[in-house]
Design a protein around this ligand. Structure first.
Ligand SMILES: Nc1nc2c(c(=O)[nH]1)N[C@H]1C(S)=C(S)[C@@H](COP(=O)(O)OP(=O)(O)OC[C@H]3O[C@@H](n4cnc5c(N)ncnc54)[C@H](O)[C@@H]3O)O[C@H]1N2
Ligand code: MOO
Length: 391
């Protein structure tokens, strides 16, 4: 059996960064910017008033100063003539500070009589003018690759970008297999269970930016599986769930092999997830996940999300951080163990049962404790490596 590190290297080898496509700014949130873009203009594009008041030529206006109001500058409606000493322009927030003005005195500090204004007692100290390019200058770069959040979208809008080059979404086909499976909502006959992990995995991968096709459930027959695999045509990544182990009805390796799978590995020294297999299927990356619901979801976090991140041009590896244990752990066996755990009061605790069939425990967890093979027992307070689970 290979190690998790070896399996990760094989899996990342199966995928390449994807090409870029242009999308409208309104559809760019959550996508990964493919190339750096530059600001198309200065922001603000001109010296702009930050307040409603009067723009004056003096850099240090004093209480009692008197000015003659010669015009008005409103947002979008500039005052175009220069302003000289002793003159003022009525101005509003967002308007151009006219040529020759150095300060905007807020209207609360002014008394006006016809076209004369007199400055009153408590003048503030600032100029109340935002200089041109004070936020960013034309040509300033916005770096890539980067997954775009709402604040990035606001900045890129301000930089003048109506469309953006983003990495194409990875396409993923998910195929759940098993004679016992029924879709959620369907009644169960004896021996049947509800298919769950494909739904969870689809949600997980979509949240990372993939376009997921959940294929119809396949039966544990060579014909059914072979037909279902053909339905996965065109996807960048084909994922099967179930039938990966060694039982008489575990046919995934055989059927994928018949379809031309160039197997990279089968079985990984990890828990859960041991029966994992993967390889190249023509142009496609192929991963066979174990059927146990928690195993498939944990393999999604440890292996499939990194593959997607590589395709998206992002750093693939899951982020590991150290956190004190809130309860001791007994010695680990020979497989790397990803224990479902919860963080409470700054410490992590493994949940009560680590059976890979228990989705309720997985849902109650918020991180995975990562234990290397043969890790000795650990006391409360030991600084333990954990990986946060995605929502
Ligand atoms: N003799 C051995 N038996 C098993 C081994 C082994 O090494 N030797 N490995 C065990 C481990 S570890 C795992 S994990 C499972 C996984 O095997 P399969 O990938 O072949 O999974 P299935 O047998 O198809 O299913 C396992 C379990 O999960 C349920 N299941 C399957 N698909 C789904 C689904 N889409 N949604 C919800 N639940 C699903 C299925 O009904 C079974 O209960 O093999 C062990 N056996
Ligand atoms: O590896 Mo299995 O996924 O332990 O339950």
């Amino acid at each position: 059996m290979i190690t998790v590190e070896q399996a990760t290297a094989h899996l990342l080898d199966l995928v390449d960064p994807l090409s870029a496509e242009d999308v409208g700014l309104r559809h760019a949130a959550g996508r990964v910017l493919a190339q750096a873009v530059q600001a198309r203009h200065d922001q603000p594009p001109f010296d702009a008033s930050a307040m409603d008041g009067y723009a004056v030529s003096s850099a240090k206006p004093a209480p009692g100063d008197i000015f003659r109001v010669i015009g008005e500058s409103a947002a979008g409606r500039p005052f175009s003539a220069p302003v000289t000493e002793g003159e003022a322009v009525r101005i509003f927030t967002g308007a151009i500070a006219p040529e020759g003005t150095k300060t905007v005195v807020i209207q609360e500090d002014v008394s006006r009589d016809g076209d004369r204004i007199t400055l009153s007692g408590n003048l503030g100290s600032g100029s109340n003018i935002r200089p041109a390019a004070g936020d960013f200058a034309k040509g300033e770069a916005f770096a890539a690759p980067r997954r775009l959040g709402s604040r990035d979208i606001a900045l890129l809008a301000a930089m003048g970008h109506g469309t953006l080059p983003v990495v194409r979404r990875p396409t993923v086909a998910i195929l759940m297999t098993g004679d016992e499976l029924r879709n959620p909502g369907e009644a169960l006959d004896p021996g049947q269970i509800t298919a769950s992990n494909g739904y969870g995995l689809a949600a997980m991968l979509e949240a990372e930016g993939a376009e997921v096709r959940l294929l119809p459930l396949a039966r544990d027959t060579v014909q059914s599986l072979a037909m279902a695999l053909r339905l996965a045509g065109g996807a960048d990544l084909v994922i099967t769930i179930g039938g990966a182990s060694v039982g008489d009805h575990d046919l995934v390796a055989q059927v994928a092999g018949d379809a031309g799978l160039d197997l990279a590995f089968h079985k990984v020294a990890m828990r859960p997830g041991k029966p994992l297999l993967a390889g190249r299927l023509g142009e496609q990356a192929f991963v066979g996940l174990p059927g146990n619901p928690v195993s498939a979801m944990v393999c999604g976090v440890i292996f499939i999300l990194p593959m997607l991140r590589k395709m998206l041009g992002l750093a693939p590896d899951p982020v590991t951080r150290l956190m004190p244990l809130g309860a001791p752990l007994t010695a680990n066996g020979p497989r790397q163990h990803y224990m479902r755990a919860r963080v409470e009061a700054g410490a992590c605790r493994a949940v009560t049962s680590q059976d890979s069939a228990l989705l309720s425990r997985l849902a109650s967890a918020d991180c995975l404790i990562v234990r290397p093979p043969n890790d000795p027992s650990r006391e409360t307070g030991f600084l333990q490596a954990v990986i946060d689970l995605p929502d």
